[in-house]
Design a binder for this molecule. Structure first.
Ligand SMILES: Cc1ncc(COP(=O)(O)O)c(C=O)c1O
Length: 386
């Protein structure tokens, strides 16, 4: 069938996920229970972490991780402005101040070489973000952690499957937060996971993700538990249900296969877009692995209004796109509460003005990818004539 449009995202749910959800619905237990614990243990094994705690979003994962890392009012937390607001709103919710450090020139990730200069006596933590699933140097990040005695909370919302050198994101010391939002490489509709190498942290995370109730309070309606729980900490209602974990467990067991399809789609984009001079296309890392959550191209000589025009033209041809991200310091809340300007982050601003995220999902076809590439060619051929 001739392709005439490509959506930005198409969800693929197989009979296996539906069967597992049905099984859970018939089990008589819908909220956090055995399926969630199975999901946590298989997830920890997959990324090579000691422990994993499931929560109901990556935002919740970030919030809990910052609390467990001891981030408090008066502290500073270093992160990138080139991210989704969940990365910073959770820092602010802990009462801390966000300190932005620009991205690298040729990647959307934080420039690790600029972090030293941003460290102050108040720095409590750094939150690197692996945009699109592209790795940063995890060894260098661990070096910063040791050198400055700071905590690291990895925002790996895009990075399940990302490998730096030989280390998978999630397998490093400290805390890593994943997202299972609907469009992510692995989804539970809404959901998230925290991995950690510390038993103490894992136990605290479990307790505060469920109202601060004594450990294993989730069993209180089963024969294995007791009604007599205790509130030990200030807690939150951030637990993941067995219904959601049922989808996650099946997706995790099929994850390598799904990643292969995403990788193939990225390779096809590179093949069909590679000869378009007007575009800078994303690259594979020199070592490690890209998780290909997003395929972000940049206009070589663009600017915000030209980029917006290209997006409108793609839309008129039926191609769904997005922009990842509007740097946070450009949003009204951050303009009001922080005194950053675009000159402070030239790389982030340049990325933003030129970036276009293309459709990328597990069952995107070669014809669809060719259609997207043809649309770009038509747009640029037309603008060359103008
Ligand atoms: C970089 C980044 N961090 C955190 C989040 C928050 O994830 P969630 O929607 O699971 O809370 C997102 C969401 O897409 C994100 O892109």
């Amino acid at each position: 069938m001739k392709v005439t449009s490509v959506p930005f995202y198409r969800l693929k749910i197989s009979k296996q996920e539906i069967d597992k959800v049905n099984e859970t619905m018939r089990s008589g237990w819908l909220t956090t229970g055995k399926v969630t614990h199975q999901f946590e243990s298989e997830f920890a094994e997959y990324v090579g972490a000691k422990y994993a705690v499931a929560v109901n979003s990556c935002t919740a994962a970030l919030h809990l991780s910052l609390i467990v890392a001891g981030v408090k009012p008066g502290d500073e937390v270093i992160t990138t402005p080139y991210t989704f607001v969940a990365t910073t709103e959770t820092i602010i919710q802990c009462g801390a101040r966000v300190v932005f450090v620009d991205t690298e020139k040729d990647s959307f990730n934080i420039d690790l070489t600029q972090i030293d200069a941003a460290i102050s006596p108040r720095t409590k933590a750094v939150v690197p973000v692996y945009i699109a699933g592209y790795p940063s140097d995890l060894k260098a990040i661990d070096g910063l952690r040791r050198k400055h005695k700071i905590r690291v909370i990895h925002d790996a919302a895009h990075a399940l499957g990302t490998v730096s050198g030989k280390t998978m994101v999630g397998a490093t010391p400290d805390l890593t937060c994943f997202s299972f939002y609907s469009t992510k490489n692995l989804t539970t509709g809404e959901g998230g996971m925290i991995t950690t190498d510390s038993k103490k942290q894992m136990e605290l995370l479990r307790v505060i993700s469920l109202h601060g109730m004594s450990r294993d309070a989730w069993k209180r309606y089963t024969g294995a538990g007791s009604w007599k729980y205790q509130i030990r900490e200030l807690g939150y209602k951030y637990n993941l249900s067995d219904m959601a974990s049922s989808i996650g467990l099946v997706q995790l067991r099929n994850f390598e296969k799904m990643q292969k399809s995403r990788r193939r789609a990225a390779e096809l984009y590179t093949k069909y877009l590679g000869d378009i001079d007007e575009l800078v296309i994303p690259r594979e890392p020199q070592t490690g692995k890209h998780a290909w959550h997003l395929y972000i191209v940049k206009l070589r000589k663009g600017g915000e209004s030209k980029r917006d025009r290209v997006i409108e033209e793609l839309k008129s041809m039926g191609v769904g796109t997005s922009v990842h991200f509007i740097p946070l310091y450009l949003h009204p809340y951050y303009k009001k509460n922080y005194s950053y300007t675009r000159r402070d982050f030239p790389n982030s601003y340049n990325h933003y003005c030129n970036a276009i995220t293309l459709p990328l999902f597990v069952d995107i076809t070669e014809e669809e990818i060719r259609y997207v590439a043809d649309c770009f060619k038509r747009i640029f051929a037309h603008s060359r004539k103008r």
